[in-house]
Design a protein around this ligand. Sequence first.
Ligand code: FES
Length: 98
Amino acid sequence: MNPASTDQPHVFKGRLEDCGELFAAPADQSLYESMRQAGLDWPVSCRNGTCRSCIGRLVTGQVAYDIPWPGLSLEEKRDGYCLSCIAKPLTDFVLQRA
Ligand code: FES
């Protein structure tokens, strides 16, 4: 039998600032999807980075996007805002409702 596959994505630790809930956040899926799988309530609508329903602010941590320019201004990105439906974690993070 082979040892565990090394093809699995890294799993970061996410935490919601407001309630302290912890959840697993695989590097290959959005923050929203990780919260949904953990049974956490978070607003969402379009799920493609345009409506901003899922916006949150990173208290700590970093994310990346598959699309070149998600629906955030440069200032919002600089202030830590992210669109959780398309943001994928690069580090452990703490997320706050916007
Ligand atoms: S749900 Fe619309 S931007 Fe995230």
